[in-house]
Design a binder for this molecule. Structure first.
Ligand code: PPE
Length: 304
């Protein structure tokens, strides 16, 4: 099992992986009342380094606030717990999953009597959509499920329960023979993937969808900054699906997916049908940064 490691941090201490258990009456298990993060640590010449740790921990606290949960630790304590868990598992690189959730107290939708619990798990996680996907691109489908309506879930929170929407879209795409889903929002505009933000390029300009309906992705923000640094114009634009069909390049990005080109959407070949030059340049820059090879972006790395 790829997710089996030695230790998981639970409510202030490291416990053996086998013992990291919760009661079946845990509130979050019934109602999805939790928030989470997905973070990566990469191997660098100076040992493992967590990519944009501060931004991820800040977003975890913002997500918790949106669910009226008070995290019983400081930002520094959570950051330290993350580093401690990586060290305890002796990993050179890994994916990191902190979860803040409503635990065991009372049943019923009202979570007020349930404690706020926290855990941090880490595991080695290779390319989210497959190693080949990074080089060759994937096939995506515009799913018939609309992205969570902004008045149904706070899009700026990474809320556990909201991911049922993503699960349905992902399964729809897979069952239709595609690799990943593209959500439209409830107005029919392109939103994001089941677990990624989306970008496209046309005539040398880079576009991504504006924030209100999508997760404020940390990879998204990083790509926007790196792309501008490489001299590209980056525009946030609402788009209908046909804009993607006619784009020169399309790609997904996220902590898990990193930068994954999309070579086909709904039977339409995108550009030349393979990884395009802009996404390749961005991948090159991104992977150099996360591996600590770009001194200017050392500021984005937290040594473990
Ligand atoms: N949109 C969604 C819906 C999303 O879940 C993610 C991350 C992003 C955009 C990109 O955000 P960021 O990681 O900050 O660049 N999805 C996480 C979970 C994936 C999973 O399958 O689990 C992730 O990439 O860690």
């Amino acid at each position: 099992m790829g997710i089996k490691t030695d230790k998981i941090w639970m409510d202030g201490r490291l416990v053996d992986w086998e013992d990291a258990k919760v009661h079946v009456l845990t509130h979050a298990l019934h109602y999805g009342s939790g928030v989470f993060e997905g973070i990566r640590a990469y191997e660098t010449a100076g040992g493992p380094a967590v990519f944009r740790l501060k931004e991820h921990v800040d977003r975890l606290f913002a997500s918790a606030k949106l669910l009226y949960m008070e995290v019983p630790y400081t930002h520094e304590e959570i950051s330290e717990a993350i580093k401690e868990t990586i060290r305890a598992n002796n990993l050179k690189s890994c994916y990191i999953r902190p979860v803040v959730y409503r635990g065991l107290g009372e049943m019923g939708v009202n979570p007020a009597k349930c404690p706020v619990n926290v855990f941090v798990a880490v595991w080695p996680w290779g390319a989210y959509l497959g190693e080949e996907a990074l080089a060759k691109g994937i096939r995506a489908k515009v799913t018939s499920w609309a992205r969570n309506y902004i008045s149904s879930f706070p899009a700026k929170g990474k809320v556990n329960g909201a991911y049922v929407n993503s699960i349905l879209a992902k399964m729809d795409a897979l069952q239709s023979g595609y690799d990943e889903a593209i959500f439209l929002d409830t107005d029919g505009y392109v939103a994001e993937g089941s677990g990624e933000n989306i970008f496209w390029a046309k005539d040398g300009v880079i576009y991504t969808t504006p924030l209100p309906t999508v997760l404020k992705g940390i990879t998204r923000a990083s790509i926007m900054e790196l792309a501008r640094g490489l001299g590209y114009e980056v525009v946030e634009a609402r788009a209908a699906r046909d804009e993607l069909y006619l784009a020169d390049e399309v790609w997904f990005c996220g902590t898990a997916a990193e930068i994954t080109p999309v070579r086909e959407i709904d039977g339409h070949t995108i550009g030349a049908g393979r990884r395009g030059p802009i996404v390749e340049a961005l991948q090159k820059r991104f992977f150099a940064v996360v591996h600590g090879e770009v001194p200017e972006y050392e500021k984005w790395l937290a040594r473990v």
